[in-house]
Ligand binder design. Structure first.
Ligand SMILES: *Cc1c(COP(=O)(O)O)cnc(C)c1O
Length: 420
């Protein structure tokens, strides 16, 4: 037996053992969640009598686009919200979040973020970076930031006195569910629930908004089922099911969603206009597939977590921890390993496998970043992809996977390379 074969046998052994353990412990739980979420999504289609007639777009003013209207209703049902605005015209998740913020906040209002510094792309939307006259702060919105996480990343389940005072004078209390490029834990529904309830008790008129990016269909409940007034996300992440080529959604209270539509189009048009580019079928089909795709990704991420944990790497979340997004952090410990990880992942991608990613400077980031993403849809992170900043402890942010077999194969190849 030559060395390469021996290594591969060892890797296969570790993976098989991890799989056997996961089948006993975590996966039945993930399957139960998928079943509940899938049944709810399907019920949305049935309740709103989705038919072939909803697949076609109406041109021009696009009034009476049946597919656009029904997609809003099915998404609202699936996301446990009163209303939803699902549009191909959203350029990204950031755009959807920005429109929702604009709809909820006016001159003199205060936006209070309680989950620490928000996702990088929100900085310009808020006005923390750049000099756009369209940022919230340029338009007279006050911005206040605090965190329910402690320095050691543990979570406080109640607000402290200073935060209570901040909530009293806030027009909006804003939570970000996923961690972005920080290493704090993700906000689970169980963690969000008491905090949203407390914020509502302290200030019933404050709007509770949640950045739900990467959080859709991970748990049986969505933030809008536990008191959030409005939330937003991207269709090239979870709810697009890996097949929607663009778009975003806003979901929540009907009055707020309609105001968001007024920002996206204009007052008077609201949610009742806007061409859908014959994408209604993909949008609906993507939603139908989403619970299954999210499940595939979660199975893959738990496998990676378990195997790397076994090999002595620090992982976040741990393989058996409750998940609230599709992201897996693995602290690889060196720039070399991080680069190798991304290069192998790229090499086993269905698209652009011949490209070799190398660390590079990216505007807005202090450290060099290396990225791998051989995806059908550019930047789609429900598809298997990875990236990481070249800084200690050299974490790789691994996410997605439309197909568990692909994640397992990629893991095998990555391990073979790291062991060399
Ligand atoms: C992905 C993401 C967004 C939105 O990003 P886009 O690339 O604009 O879709 C916002 N917040 C968080 C936490 C995210 O993960």
């Amino acid at each position: 037996m030559n060395i390469a074969t021996e290594e591969n046998t060892l890797i296969t052994l570790v993976i098989n053992e991890a799989e056997a353990e996961l089948k006993q412990s975590i996966w039945p739980h993930l399957e139960a969640i998928r079943q509940i979420v899938f049944e709810r999504v399907l019920q949305g289609f049935i309740n709103h009598k989705v038919g072939e007639e909803h697949f076609y777009s109406v041109t021009g003013y696009a009034h009476d686009d049946l597919g656009r209207d029904v997609a809003d209703k099915v998404f609202a049902y699936a996301l446990q919200a009163e209303a939803a605005l699902v549009r191909v015209n959203f350029a990204s998740g950031t755009h959807a979040l920005s429109v929702a913020l604009d709809a909820c906040l006016s001159h003199g209002d205060t936006m209070l973020v309680v989950t620490g510094h928000p996702y990088d792309t929100l900085e310009e939307v808020i006005g923390l970076r750049g000099n756009s006259k369209q940022s919230l702060m340029a338009k007279g919105v006050n911005y206040v930031e605090t965190s329910v996480f402690n320095e050691d990343d543990s979570l406080n389940t109640v607000f402290n006195d200073a935060q209570k005072d901040q909530i009293k004078s806030a027009s909006m209390v804003y939570f970000q569910r996923s961690r972005g490029y920080s290493v704090r834990p993700t906000m689970t529904i169980a963690n969000l629930k008491p905090l949203i309830a407390e914020a509502k008790t302290i200030n019933p008129s404050a709007i509770v908004m949640v950045d739900n990016c990467y959080g859709e269909f991970i748990e049986t409940e969505e933030p809008t089922a536990i008191g959030a007034d409005i939330m937003a996300g991207s269709l090239v992440k979870n709810p697009g099911g890996g097949i929607m080529p663009c778009g975003g959604y806003i979901a929540g209270r009907k009055d707020l969603v309609e105001e968001a539509a007024n920002v996206l189009t204009c007052p008077g048009v609201g949610s009742e206009g806007g061409y859908t580019f014959d994408l209604n079928r993909l949008l609906l089909q993507g939603l139908f597939l989403a619970p299954g795709m999210v499940h595939e990704a979660l199975k893959g991420m738990t496998l990676c977590a378990k195997v790397f944990d076994q090999l002595g790497y620090q992982t976040q979340p741990k393989w058996d921890e409750t998940r609230a997004d599709i992201i897996q952090l693995i602290h690889l410990g060196s720039a070399e390993k991080l680069t190798q990880f991304c290069q192998v992942l790229q090499a086993v991608s269905p698209i652009d496998s011949a490209i070799t990613p190398i660390p590079a400077n990216i505007p807005g980031y202090a450290d060099q970043v290396v990225m791998a993403g051989g995806t059908f849809i550019q930047g789609s992170t429900i598809e298997l992809s990875a990236d990481g900043p070249l800084r200690d402890p050299y974490p790789v942010f691994l996410q997605g996977g439309l197909n568990y077999a692909h994640v397992k194969y990629a893991l095998k190849k990555v391990l073979a390379r790291l062991q060399k």
